[in-house]
Write a new protein. Structure first.
Length: 174
């Protein structure tokens, strides 16, 4: 099946997911602080650079995302790019907190970006942004940020790649 019905269907949704599962993505944890100053975050595969001048980056987030609604009130976020060794973090930040915990950050080591946002320890790069705009995009929001600081780690192992529902690594010789 290639064409989608005008009004969509369960089969179309499954087909859509399956085909887009063949588009490899990087895996980031987009994090920030809630109104009480506690760290919040979620796994995001759609993070990308948008513009160099001015420096802009963005991602697509489900319109009902509770983590995004909590951190967006502060008007900033930081994307930590995971390495292939950080599989546990990929799934942790995509699920509810572990039983008995109220935060995905419980037991996760992190440091502060220049604006005080969480950078996940061991990430191979991070990008800190000030929220520029949120645009409705179907059942998602396109979140655009003005990049305020960013760094990549010289010691980094290969970045994580998500492909057909599984994590792997992007390591190239040379
Ligand atoms: C590899 C991977 C990539 C993901 N990418 C996105 C994404 O780009 N946008 C999104 O809204 N959710 C994405 N998710 C799903 C969210 O991480 C998941 O729905 C999470 O529970 C949302 O957190 P929240 O409900 O606390 O906001 C991704 C999940 C995984 C495992």
């Amino acid at each position: 099946m290639a064409r989608l019905a005008a009004n969509g269907s369960a089969d179309d949704a499954a087909h859509f997911r399956s085909v887009f599962g063949h588009v490899p993505t990087a895996v980031t944890v987009v994090s920030g602080l809630d109104e009480s100053g506690a760290p919040v975050g979620l796994t995001i595969g759609s993070f990308a650079s948008v513009s160099l001048a001015p420096p802009l980056a963005g991602f697509f987030v489900g319109a009902a995302s509770s983590s995004w609604s909590r951190m967006s009130r502060r008007g900033s976020f930081c994307a930590s790019v995971l390495t292939a060794q950080q599989d546990e973090l990929c799934w942790r930040f995509a699920r509810d907190p572990a039983p008995g915990s109220d935060s995905r950050f419980d037991g996760v080591a992190w440091s502060e970006s220049p604006a005080g946002l969480p950078i996940i320890d061991g990430a191979c790069a991070w990008v800190e942004c000030r929220l520029e705009s949120e645009t409705a995009a179907g059942d998602h929001l396109f979140v655009l940020g003005r990049v305020t600081a960013l760094e990549s780690m010289a010691h980094a192992t290969g970045a994580m790649v998500f492909y057909r529902g599984r994590t792997g690594g992007a390591s190239f010789a040379g």
